[in-house]
Design a protein around this ligand. Sequence first.
Ligand code: NAD
Length: 363
Amino acid sequence: TTLNNTIIVTGGAGFIGGNFVLDWVKAGLGTVINLDKLTYAGNLENLADIEGNPNHIFVHGDIGDRALVAKLLAEHKPRAVINFAAESHVDRSIHGPEDFIQTNVVGTFHLLEEVRAYWNSVVKTHPEEKENPQFRFLHVSTDEVYGTLGPKDQAFTETTPYAPNSPYSASKAASDHLVRAYHHTYGLPVLTTNCSNNYGPYHFPEKLIPLCLLNALAGKPLPIYGDGQQIRDWLFVKDHCSAIRRVLEAGQLGETYNVGGWNEKANLDVVQTLCSILDELSPKADGSSYKDQITFVKDRPGHDRRYAIDASKLERELGWKPAETFESGIRKTVEWYLQNQAWVHNVTSGEYRNWVSKQYSGS
Ligand code: NAD
């Protein structure tokens, strides 16, 4: 074979990419070149468990840096590139969409261009790679590209038309379209996954679940947007990672796979469940419930009401199933945060703190 058993992961110092890299390296599946810009969301502490492991090579850089990406591809001859790198927070995209366009759209475009050049060079020397590609470019995306659902609408399938409503989801939709076009136009061997909301270890505390966990323990208000009845479909991050591994291994080139756990929950229910688990695992001294800290705040502009993902294609065609239910996954998450207070302390200093105070100061 012409390619090494090496993969390039972009955004592997973030929440999902970090979990993916940890699982991959710990399972001994091969070498990972981890290209990450280390924005506010990227944190090398997420990878402390594999520090010094020769199968993990961290490279500090941008997916839009063509020379760097070309060099990494030529040097390592990977059998796959998995693109997690993105600006990922909807609220930030409302306050400042520019970075989202730069990384999610322009950055993905540059990455695709270099991957295409790499694959062409492989095909030149090994024509069999064109007929039966070994190489894969896997693009990690979100269910938010499909827009919002009414209470009785069918869950999103792979053929649901794209209708993104936030700058974040619009930028992800644009990148998905580019990936699709590179397959149809240039024959690049691509795969795309569109996943529902993730939760679990190493989740940066600007998102609902870790934010509420941290605020609960700090005795602060638990901010709920609007009436708290926005419905999201939740998946434990390790299940998302196992789905990506499965799609990488057996997915049909050029296809899209929805990933989800059939766990539709209203945001308020999620926070109440979290509070109940905390009441049990870390009871307050005065015997009151963490639920008393729930505070409703002004809704986010253009807030989608409901996302629900139909993952039956992935289950039927590739035999994937999540290992966790929402109840087991959320319990593991609470336990992880309680046991990893040092990680929490370190990521809650600096820029994150400024961001949260700007968001929830009532201004
Ligand atoms: P995250 O914000 O935690 O991590 C993103 C990582 O990408 C960070 O480490 C950051 O430093 C890095 N990065 C940002 N811009 C970069 C650039 N230009 N070059 C290189 N690295 C860069 O995000 P996440 O929640 O782990 O999401 C990862 C991917 O999964 C994203 O593409 C996101 O759209 C998608 N996704 C997320 C969810 C979710 O619930 N979090 C659900 C479905 C899909």
